[in-house]
Ligand binder design. Structure first.
Ligand code: HSE
Length: 290
């Protein structure tokens, strides 16, 4: 019997909501599993790295989920269809983790509670702002405190789309976190709290003209942009071309713009920003995954 999980890409932070906000997007990774002795992995498109069981996160999570139930993992035949680009700030690892947890819960016929989900998921990635929207869909605000995760889902306006501009280089979350400062000033703290609060209020009240201010950030983008040639220009080009707001997607290097119109103009303008700095990029216009 084949089991299948389809899990969306996610964009975390959305500017001021560093380590807090996450949004699921209409770009999906698919994972299909059959019982099998030994691990066999088929990848579409072909990816030698993902075909190595020890390096395949989906297989590693499946194995862990099986072993924590006291069972021996005998293997699996896995078909992995990857549409979410890897190490670009679009939550590709979260898709593998969430898919493996969903499938293992089905196999073992257990109810997938929050406690069970996080117990497994956090062994592999500590970011609820990616994991939760990948699991639940939509827009989520989350925090992790004393091993407990608190989160809320709020309706994201369906008329807003995401233009994601994906440069052709990888950036690991580890590297993008290593450049962050240990401490930030009270002034910057206030700056972000004000904007993150305004972001939520603007969504709830559909006051889209505020998003531009609300998506500014002083916690991570000023530091991470050193790793992303052209970042400032890509953001300002997005806004000039008609985006409501723009930010780094997750830990980057993808840049996200939110918009209700002119999606292609915005995507092209953002690509030009990267090209000025000799970086090739592609854009996609995505909906919010509910
Ligand atoms: N909030 C996390 C970060 C997301 O920005 O580092 C990592 O995917």
């Amino acid at each position: 019997k084949k089991l299948r999980a389809i899990v969306p890409a996610t964009t975390a932070n959305l500017g001021a909501g560093f380590d807090t906000f996450g949004l699921a997007l209409s770009l999906y990774n698919e994972f299909e599993v059959e019982e099998h002795d030994g691990v066999v992995i088929e990848t579409i498109p072909d990816n030698p790295f993902l075909k190595t069981p020890e390096k395949n996160l989906f297989v590693q999570v499946l194995k862990y989920a099986c072993e924590r139930r006291g069972k021996t993992f005998h293997g699996a035949k896995v078909k992995q269809i990857t549409n979410v680009p890897v190490a670009r700030g679009l939550g590709s690892s979260a898709t593998a983790i969430v898919a493996a947890i969903l499938i293992s819960a089905t196999v073992s016929k257990v109810e997938l509670t929050d406690d069970l989900f996080f117990e497994i998921a956090y062994r592999f990635e500590p970011h609820p702002d990616n994991l939760l929207p990948a699991w639940k869909g939509g827009f989520i605000t989350a925090l992790l405190q004393n091993k407990k995760t608190y989160y809320q889902h709020i309706d994201f306006p369906q008329d807003i789309k995401a233009v994601v501009v994906i440069p052709d280089f990888e950036l690991s979350t580890e590297k993008a976190r290593a450049v962050l400062p240990e401490k930030i000033s009270l002034k910057d703290g206030v700056f972000n709290v004000q904007r993150a609060s305004l972001f939520i209020s603007a969504l709830v009240n559909k006051q889209y003209d505020i998003l531009k201010i609300a998506m500014d950030d002083r916690f991570h983008q000023p530091y991470r942009k050193k790793l992303i040639p052209g970042f400032d220009e890509v953001i300002s080009n997005a806004l000039e071309a008609g985006a409501l707001g723009a930010s780094l997607s997750g830990a980057g290097p993808t840049v996200l713009a939110l918009a209700i119109e002119k999606f292609d103009d915005i995507g092209k303008a953002m690509i030009e920003g990267f090209e000025k700095h000799s970086i090739k990029a592609d854009y996609k216009v995505l909906e919010v995954d509910k």
